[in-house]
Design a protein around this ligand. Structure first.
Ligand code: NAD
Length: 428
């Protein structure tokens, strides 16, 4: 599915405007909250292994920091756009707010394809990114993290560059660091597990027994792999998983109606979430076209890959059996498709609530860095479960009492909190 047809920033603004009107926010507050407070655009020259210099384009967007330092990942993607990052930074503000952690919203990106870069080139790119931003990010300003195609290894290089520039240790500058180097146990599981904690609560409220459900996932990267794992542990059956295959320049859907052996599947998946097609066949998987994930006769659809994946062009392919759509990715549903989903009465759990586990655990990582005392994994995951469950309950209750859909209810809670912070500070 093309990601160029829809502009995520326009979608994020459209979603905001709709809720701002419901909340009767004044004109200045609306103007202030519907766009980022700050943006940095810069070039990163990197000397490549062959001796040539390649110039990469980088961005950092700080949407809002009224409730605390901006927080958000750094994406590495060849088709990255500033509008995608603007939208994602805005969604980060609402995400931190809906789970009630004291952080604002930010996002960054580099237009690049790390799959085609050597380790040394990737390191230079990470260090170059931080050199451009060193004065504008930091534990009390803006705290980056891994995101699409970036990882703990990249975060540590970025931290090292930041500490070299500032001449001291600042483990709270960046999250998603390797465990033992300031990272938190549970961070790699956090987003995927958080998605499933929320699903578990939703199914309880909908009166659906999780052990009798089936699901289809789009994507098999960090988020999806742990979500699949926990969902299966809770008794659910994953019937289909799709992923992108860079060698073939297309996506495939892998289907196994009896469910997947998650350990076997992760063993044949590379670091970018691409499942080896030939080896998958040996594990008894059918290989279907990339968009087949959305057409499966399952109870739950979990888009966990990229934005703009459920659109007006494919929303009607969703099976009548689907009861829940769980937005694990950021911005996977376009507004026109969202309307069709609502009209069909499918229970949709919005992205900034569903995938808030990652940032919540990043917040725990910062807390641990500040204390210089690290919790056991069970303690981290248990605290995460408490946060995600209470955020879900607050949104669900508001949706019920005010007759709102889950996306609007989550927005009402999140925007209200940020608007309040902006007003209390006397900004607008
Ligand atoms: P990742 O890079 O680890 O994995 C992405 C997966 O999507 C890969 O399996 C890739 O093959 C697949 N994919 C890409 N294009 C596809 C296509 N057209 N069809 C099918 N599959 C495709 O990324 P991730 O960290 O798992 O993030 C996934 C989504 O979740 C993104 O929207 C990201 O912004 C969001 N998110 C991630 C985190 C986190 O902690 N990693 C937190 C919050 C939100």
């Amino acid at each position: 599915m093309s990601t160029t047809t829809y502009n995520p920033y326009e979608i994020a603004q459209e979603q905001f405007d709709k809720v701002a009107a419901k909340l009767n926010l004044d004109k200045a507050a609306c103007e202030f909250l519907r766009q980022p407070m700050r943006e940095y655009h810069f070039l990163i020259p990197v000397r490549m292994d062959d001796g040539s210099v390649k110039v990469f384009k980088g961005f950092r967007v700080q949407h809002n920091d009224a409730r605390g330092p901006a927080k958000g990942g750094i994406r590495f993607h060849p088709q990255e756009t500033i509008d995608t990052i603007r939208a994602l930074s805005m969604w980060m503000t609402w995400k931190c707010s809906v789970v009630d952690i004291p952080l604002g919203g930010g996002k960054g990106g580099i237009i690049c394809d790390p799959r085609n870069l050597t380790e040394r080139e990737q390191e230079q790119l990470c260090r170059g990114y931080v050199r451009q931003l060193a004065r504008n990010v930091g534990p009390c300003q803006d705290v980056p993290a891994p995101d699409v195609m970036s990882s703990a290894k990249h975060m540590l290089w970025m931290l090292d560059e930041y500490e070299t520039i500032h001449g001291a240790k600042y483990p709270g500058f960046i999250t998603g660091k390797p465990v033992g180097m300031g990272g938190s146990l549970g961070r790699k599981e956090a987003t995927g597990f958080g998605v499933i904690y929320v699903l578990r609560e939703a199914l309880k409220n909908l009166g659906i027994d999780i052990t009798k459900t089936t699901a289809s996932f789009q994507g098999f990267g960090n988020v999806s792999q742990y979500a699949v794992r926990l969902y299966q542990q809770l008794g659910g059956c994953v019937m289909a998983i799709s992923c992108w295959d860079e060698a073939d320049k297309t996506a495939y859907t892998f289907r196994r109606k009896d469910g997947f052996d998650i350990n076997a599947l992760t063993e044949i998946t590379d670091a970018y979430g691409t499942i080896n097609k030939e080896k998958a066949k040996e594990l008894g998987c059918e290989v279907l076209p990339g968009d087949a994930w959305i057409e499966q006769d399952v109870d739950i659809l979990i888009p966990a890959a990229l934005e703009n994946q459920i659109t007006i062009a494919n929303v009607n392919k969703i099976s009548q059996q689907v009861k829940v759509i769980l937005e694990a990715a950021n911005g996977p549903t376009t507004p026109d498709a969202d309307q069709v989903i609502q009209d069909r009465g499918i229970f949709l759990i919005p992205d900034f609530l569903a995938n808030a586990g990652g940032v919540t655990c990043s917040y725990f990582e910062q807390v641990q860095c500040n204390m210089n005392f690290y919790w056991e994994k069970d303690e981290v995951l248990q605290k995460l479960d408490v946060k995600m469950t209470s955020a879900f309950k607050a949104v669900y209750e508001l949706a019920q009492t005010k007759n709102l859909n889950m996306r609007d209810a989550a927005y009402v809670i999140a925007i209200n909190r940020v608007a309040q912070a902006v007003k209390s500070r006397g900004w607008v």
